[in-house]
Design a protein around this ligand. Structure first.
Ligand SMILES: [Zn+2]
Length: 224
């Protein structure tokens, strides 16, 4: 772990409880450019950690401080995401500059880092999410190539267990997405975000039977 301090942080508001872990991709042409931006006072953005493609991890902001990574967003009714979360930026050019697979060495580092954080702060599986989950209209990161399933096997994040036989209505589907945590104001955007995370093979922005069953499965795991 390399300490690369950023001054882009302040105190967490309303206490220092950490309940969310937010994954991002950097969406810039190189890891070096991303690091420069995240520690530049003029950019007014940061994250707690930056994971390079070779697996090198930079700590930019101390866990107890409020890094500036989430922007406007919502999850389970919480809107000051920065005050409640740890943010991890993962180097990848993103959809704008050539989205590509996250290298194995980088994912090993992401896993190690996130397992440690989830254990340290007791982050619930449903609260390990992507930037696009909290801001579906604005954001696409970390995107459909991010291996949420592999993380979930380590206790980091939720993954649908076997799907039920029962389908549900579109209204019930949106209700399930809301209970999972989404702000469902923009239906197409929220379904797209949901698919990127939990049904990454087919992203349509529209409800279908498999999506509905995945949402029901996740919802049942919440109440389990
Ligand atoms: Zn992001």
């Amino acid at each position: 772990m390399i300490k690369s301090p950023s001054s882009n942080f302040n105190d967490r508001r309303g206490g220092d409880h950490i309940s969310l872990l937010i994954m991002h991709y950097t969406g810039m042409q190189s890891g070096e450019a991303a690091l420069e931006r995240l520690i530049d006072p003029a950019s007014e953005v940061s994250a707690h950690y930056l994971v390079m493609e070779d697996g090198t991890v930079h700590q930019l902001v101390a866990d107890e401080k409020r890094a500036w990574h989430a922007g406007v967003g919502s999850w389970q009714g919480e809107t000051d995401i920065n005050s409640r979360s740890i943010g991890i930026e993962i180097v990848n050019p993103g959809h704008e500059f050539g989205y590509r697979a996250f290298p194995a060495a980088q994912m090993v580092a992401v896993k190690e880092l996130s397992v440690g954080l989830v254990q340290k702060y007791g982050v619930e599986p449903i609260n390990v999410i992507g930037h696009s989950d909290i801001a579906p209209i604005r954001k696409q990161d970390p995107g459909e190539l991010f291996d949420w399933k592999a993380l979930s096997c380590l206790g980091v994040g939720l993954w649908p267990s076997s799907l039920t036989d029962t389908d549900c209505s579109d209204d019930a589907f949106l209700q399930a997405l809301s209970e999972i945590g989404y702000d469902v104001t923009d239906t197409a955007a929220v379904i797209t975000a949901f698919q990127r995370h939990w049904r990454p093979d087919l992203i349509t922005g529209q409800s279908d039977e498999e999506c509905r069953k995945i949402a029901l499965s996740l919802k049942s795991q919440l109440s389990a």
